[in-house]
Write a protein that binds this ligand. Structure first.
Ligand code: NBP
Length: 478
């Protein structure tokens, strides 16, 4: 038994992770249900390091040093359960199964509990960064026991991306499903961020009247400032690209129906269960969904919209500047909502998640990597008990400064009939949080009227009910 770690499931992700371990000098046992994949990995990349291929599960497990570290990189869902059932009987107490697939965190909680009974550590691990990240350094979010991280952490930190200050983009997130939960929220935030960028593009195109190439330049400029991020960078690349077949801007020949694999939806479903508003993520999921409803869009195509008046060059420049503010402020809100969700889940499941460390490990290797994340890390470092990112002095000042432009952009979008669900939802959330009084008081009155659901008062403790159907006197409800 000589391998430091084993990887089973050698499709794109597993193969690249195995190569990453090998390139870092670790001896890697490799296995795949279909043995041809194992053979081709060793044939093509055997020179990159030391691989120990095995066709039979017993040989694969037998080649691992103890405690065994076995990474599972198969399709999420049933295949993961099938692989666990296949390997768990071959393992001993203290061994670790690391599930690097995109599992739902509730599945991870279930699997962890069941393997814990056998003394086997189940480490549900979020891995972000796709195929390239797996090979060159992903952001890694391991859950599971603290004990398993002691043995596993150094290997994972070794192959992870490194932030600009050199620290690894990998940390122990918390017990059982915490790692997969945080990965899910990462993906939700990614949806929100992409939607906001798409709205900014749409406004620059259809309100400011810029062509894609000019918008690409605008994004390049933004990428030198506070919006500096991987997503803004690739947006400029996509917008600058010309379709070879037609000579048209690439963005104009792509069908405008956004697809999704489901992690954004999971995030929103889970947020609903936790009672945490994540309107930025929800609007992003819905926006993709609306785009995909060809039938509804076709039926609505002739509905009237406002007349659009072209902007002057000067007006368009000023508007573009406002859009940058609106994008930034909306982004702060969306990230704040994502962090609120992690915080709420931490309390619900007793995970004790270090909120600043999440920002720290997303600074490299993942899709939402950005200079901005270092500021979030710093905000939580300055005040670990921060109730929301919007309460951080610096973020609050920036968003406050952006608000006039933000409001102007949202109202201009409405006037021009350009949909901006992300910008508008973020601004609405901001206004709701800062409101002195919300109309929720009226909602409570209505609920008490039709359903005797009771209400609380601003001036006295306790619950009350008004006899709406009678003399309308008030009674204490309990
Ligand atoms: P896939 O998700 O396409 O899964 C293919 C692998 O699963 C193959 O090795 C296949 O073996 C194995 N497999 C299946 Br399917 N059913 C199995 C079973 N019943 N027993 C044993 N093995 C089985 O691979 P991927 O795209 O590399 O992704 C792997 C995991 O990583 C997934 O959970 C994915 O969600 C996650 N992930 C992917 C990305 C990405 O960018 N692709 C990023 C981050 C995370 P075979 O060769 O014998 O068919």
């Amino acid at each position: 038994a000589s391998a430091h770690i084993g990887v089973t499931g050698l499709a794109v992700m597993g193969r690249n992770l195995a190569r990453n371990f090998a390139r870092h000098g670790h001896t890697v046992a490799v296995h795949n249900r279909t043995a041809a994949r194992t053979r081709s990995l060793v044939e093509e990349y055997g020179g990159e390091g030391t691989f120990v291929p095995a066709e039979r599960p017993e040989d694969f497990v037998g080649s691992l040093e103890r405690p065994r570290r076995l990474v599972v990189m198969v399709k999420a869902g049933r295949p993961t359960d099938a692989v666990i059932e296949e390997f768990a009987p071959l393992l001993e107490p203290g061994d670790m199964i690391i599930d690097g697939g995109n599992a739902h965190f509730q599945d991870t909680r279930r699997r962890e509990a069941s393997l814990r009974e056998r003394g086997v550590h189940f480490v549900g691990t979020g891995i972000s960064g796709g195929e390239e990240g797996a090979l060159h350094g992903p952001s890694i979010m391991p859950g599971g026991s603290a004990e398993s991280y002691e043995s596993l952490g150094p290997l994972l930190e070794d192959i992870s991306a490194k932030a600009q200050d050199g620290s690894p983009c990998c940390t122990h997130i918390g017990p059982d499903g915490a790692g997969h939960f945080v990965k899910m929220v990462h993906n939700g935030i990614e949806y929100a961020d992409m939607q906001l960028i798409a709205e900014a593009y749409d406004l620059l195109r259809h309100v400011a009247g810029f062509e894609p190439a000019r918008i690409a330049e605008t994004f390049r400029t933004w990428n030198t400032g506070r919006l500096d991020s991987y997503l803004i960078e690739i947006t400029a690349e996509v917008l600058a690209h010309t379709d070879a077949a037609t000579g048209l801007p690439f963005v104009d020949v792509v069908a405008d129906r956004a697809e999704q694999k489901g992690t954004g939806r999971w995030t929103v479903q889970t947020a609903l269960d936790l009672g945490v508003p994540v309107s930025g993520i929800a609007e992003a999921v819905f926006a993709r969904s609306v785009s995909g409803h060809a039938d509804l869009r076709e039926a609505a195509r002739t509905l009237p919209g406002p007349e659009r008046r072209p902007m002057s060059e000067q007006g368009a420049e000023a508007f573009a500047h406002h859009v940058e503010h609106a994008l930034y402020a909306s982004k702060v809100v969306s990230y704040a909502q994502g962090w609120n969700m992690v915080s709420a889940a931490g309390e619900e499941y007793g995970w004790e998640i270090d909120l600043g460390s999440i920002a720290a490990i997303w600074r490299g290797g993942c899709i939402i990597r950005a200079a901005f994340l270092d500021r979030i890390r710093a905000a939580y470092a300055a005040d670990p008990g921060l109730p929301t990112l919007l309460a951080d002095k610096e973020f609050a000042a920036e968003v406050g400064e952006a608000q006039d432009a933000w409001r102007a952009v949202v109202s201009t979008a409405v006037a021009h009939g350009v949909p901006t669900p992300g910008f508008a939802a973020a601004l609405t959330y901001y206004d709701a949080l800062r409101a002195e009084r919300l109309p929720a008081a009226l909602t409570q009155g209505q609920r008490d009227f039709f359903g005797a659901h009771t209400y609380r008062r601003t001036d006295r403790e306790g619950s009350f009910h008004t006899l709406w159907g009678g003399d309308r006197t008030e009674r204490p409800a309990d």
